[in-house]
Design a protein around this ligand. Structure first.
Ligand code: PLP
Length: 367
């Protein structure tokens, strides 16, 4: 048996610990997961209702074209139906892009640190991954442009960026895309778009008319609260979509995912309420960091990357034993940080209470 050589030593994705496992391990009755930037307020009640109604419809394959969801999404975002490709999460669209465009004789350019799936999927395709160090957590677009050559096929702009939460401004993005050669596909991954408050965040949808080499990624996993259903999508010009479509497995989204996403799109009030609560939660995080003299990366998302000036694993372990699952920055390219999803007001308060005890019990050694 001989697998692709690039698979040798490739680690599998390490998800945050499951809640049930943590409860058992530490004898806890309550565990809060603030590790994967899910919506702490769940999803619109319309979602469960739609799924419940269809619960017995399991014998027939889903609509592989996602016709109803497609029509809804196209209408919502003002694009044509043939400008959309749906994935089992936007993770799967990233996979389609890498399968379609990358091979051993090509390369791809990413920021570093950024969302891990760009590199992972590119590596599986055997492509060279050119990781360009970010500046203060923000993509260095100038340096990323310089990393492009004739063999570059995809350049990834994670905006806002996971794990830093920082963003690329509209002006910077426009200056950038204008200079990206036409043989390179620009992917703007906007998984956290709904949470963005910055007025100078790029409006990428109108750019699709001008740039054939642009693909926008969106997901239902974050603000819409459908992470368990796995629905994400790409928006691009129809030619690009027609390149990706044969790569897509025929029934890659379940019927329940379609129905859930359709219902979620019908409840703007729910999203508005969650975004408002996230804004208040962000203020709680900022106040906590200021009070405790901790640097945090300015975030346009539903998570905050905080520098605890010691291994993120220490913070992770301390919180885990006390019923909070977060992400250590060690595995995310920010070893002295922890990435924490903004929870509900009560969850945040409880978390900060524990963190203050941690900071008092384990002061950073100076010098
Ligand atoms: C920047 C970014 N892109 C894409 C994804 C993938 O999301 P999903 O596959 O759930 O749509 C995530 C999930 O954490 C993310 O942070």
């Amino acid at each position: 048996m001989q697998a692709k050589p690039q698979l040798k030593g490739l680690p599998s994705y390490k998800p945050g610990k499951p809640i049930e496992e943590v409860k058992k391990e530490f004898g806890l009755t309550k565990v809060v997961k603030l590790a994967s930037n899910e919506n702490p307020f769940g999803a619109s009640p319309k979602v469960a209702e739609a799924i419940r109604k269809a619960a017995s419809h399991t014998a027939v394959y889903p609509d592989g074209y996602a016709a109803v969801l497609r029509e809804k999404v196209a209408g919502k975002f003002g694009v044509a139906e043939n400008q959309l490709v749906f994935g089992n999460g936007s993770d799967e669209v990233i996979q389609f892009l890498c399968r379609a465009f990358l091979s051993p004789d090509t390369n791809t350019v990413t920021a570093d640190p950024t969302f891990s799936q760009y590199k992972l999927n590119a590596t599986i395709e055997g492509a060279e991954v050119r990781e360009v160090p970010s500046k203060d957590g923000v993509h260095d677009l100038e340096a990323m442009l310089e990393a492009i050559d004739e063999n570059t096929r995809i350049i990834w702009v994670c905006n806002p960026n996971n794990p830093s939460g920082t963003y690329v401004s509209e002006e910077a993005f426009l200056r950038f895309i204008e200079r990206v050669p036409k043989h390179v596909l620009v992917v703007s991954d906007e998984a956290y778009l709904e949470y963005v408050t910055a007025e100078d965040y790029p409006k990428t949808l109108p750019l699709l008319k001008k740039y054939d080499n642009l693909m926008i990624l969106r997901t239902f996993s974050k603000a819409y609260g459908l992470a368990a259903l796995r629905v994400g999508f790409g928006i691009a010009n129809p030619r690009l979509i027609s390149i990706l479509d044969p790569v897509r497995p025929p029934f890659n989204n379940t019927t329940f995912a379609h129905l859930g996403a359709i219902a979620a799109l019908e409840d703007d009030a729910f999203i508005e309420e969650c975004v408002e609560k996230n804004n208040s939660g962000m203020k709680q995080f900022e106040a906590f960091c200021k009070k405790n003299d901790l640097y945090f990366y300015p975030s346009q998302t539903n998570f905050v990357l905080i520098d605890f000036k010691r291994s993120g694993n220490e913070v992770f372990d301390y919180l885990l034993e006390r019923g909070f699952i977060i992400r250590s920055g060690e595995a995310l390219g920010f070893p002295t940080c922890a990435r924490i999803t903004i929870g509900s007001e009560e969850q945040n308060d409880e978390l900060f209470g524990i963190l203050e005890k941690f900071l008092a019990a384990k002061p950073v050694q100076q010098g």
